[in-house]
Write a protein that binds this ligand. Structure first.
Ligand code: NAP
Ligand code: GLV
Length: 313
């Protein structure tokens, strides 16, 4: 008999139930047990845990874990909270990349086609067509060219935009100019009409978009942050918008989520607030990926490519 698979979440009841159903449907040969329902013997036996925002104490209560599988793509909290020797496999799902690329395109079009300006004009009953700009004339700079950034770059190029991308290590991406290093970041910020942040949150990226980096951005350019809130220093962003240096920001992620009711971001005229919706995990496709990774490990003993704990992503 194989060892049980622990499922550890702090999701709401119905959400957790639907995850259990989705996982059970694709792993009929496994015993999936919610952490709180596990016997002491099962806690001793479990070698794998599937986790969504777990209480680290629950993970620590499984002494024989060989690895854990995250149901989210971003794993900064797991990296910070779990012991450094426990391998973390994060979710890399082509469907999530497709959905993120769709969101990136949608909000880039929103900015390109001057929706914020037309909304302001409508409020003031002003009838004034603004000049049309061809997509090619806009440079969109992607900070982060991983699973999500690469898919977004492809979708933006298909739509005709000029795309520049920045990553930690040098990358090649047909049709886009790709850069790395501090000089590459400065060049990307300076050239972009829209900067899109799709970086993971690590020690190296926390607070990356601060007043100095915002000052490097092209005057009247816009920022889209779909990565994690603390990548951007909120007060510096508000100052850059208030000073008229930046024209607009679309934010899907925040230092604190849900965004507190007293946050100045809610009512800022130059900001769109989204409730962390740019690329939600798709239960069906994600469960199938988790199942494939668990089956491969059962068959070979090899753990799917895990997060590099020194890099933090
Ligand atoms: P990924 O595949 O790990 O890609 C990360 C990219 O960022 C890589 O290109 C990496 O460079 C680059 N990078 C990391 N640290 C860097 C640094 N210090 N300087 C320059 N570049 C750096 O991650 P992903 O799957 O694309 O996801 C990115 C993030 O999106 C996640 O970590 C998560 O926080 C966020 N996310 C948000 C949502 C949402 O709904 N808002 C949904 C899913 C994910 P290399 O290529 O050189 O490694
Ligand atoms: C969502 O933000 C994720 O990291 O999957």
């Amino acid at each position: 008999m194989t060892t049980p698979i622990a499922v550890i979440t702090r999701l709401e009841g119905s959400d957790e139930r639907q995850w259990m159903e989705a996982l059970a449907a694709v792993l009929p040969e496994e015993r999936l047990v919610l952490f709180r329902d596990m016997t002491e013997a099962q806690r001793q036996q479990a070698e794998v845990a599937v986790v969504a925002n777990p209480d680290p104490a629950d993970v620590a209560a499984l002494p024989n874990l060989a690895w854990i599988h995250s149901l989210w793509a971003g794993v900064e909290r797991l990296v910070a909270e779990l012991g450094p020797s426990l391998p973390i496999v994060r979710l890399v799902d082509p469907e999530m990349s497709r959905v993120m690329a769709e969101a990136v395109l949608a909000w880039t079009l929103y900015l390109h086609r001057d929706m914020p300006a037309y909304a302001r004009q409508q409020q003031a009953r002003v009838w004034r067509p603004l000049p049309y700009r061809r997509p090619r004339s806009l440079t969109v700079g992607l900070l982060g060219l991983g699973a999500l950034g690469t898919a977004a770059a492809g979708r933006l190029m298909d739509a005709g935009y000029t795309v520049r991308g920045w990553s930690r290590s040098p990358k090649e991406l047909a049709g886009a100019e790709t850069l790395s290093g501090d000089a590459g970041r400065a060049a990307t910020l300076a050239a972009s009409d829209v900067v899109i942040c799709l970086l993971p949150l690590t020690a190296a990226t926390r607070g990356l978009i601060n007043k100095d980096r915002l000052a490097l951005m092209k005057p009247m350019s816009s920022l889209i942050n779909f990565g994690r809130g603390p990548l951007v220093v909120t007060s510096d962003l508000i100052a850059a918008l208030d000073a008229g240096h930046l024209s607009y920001a679309v934010l899907d992620v925040f230092d604190q989520e849900p965004l507190p009711p007293d946050s100045p971001l809610w009512a800022h005229p130059g900001i769109t607030v989204l409730p962390h919706v740019s690329a939600p995990t798709d239960r069906q496709t994600a469960a199938a990926i988790v199942a494939a990774n668990i089956r491969a490990w059962r068959a070979s003993g090899r753990i799917h490519a895990a997060v590099d704990r020194t890099r933090g992503y």
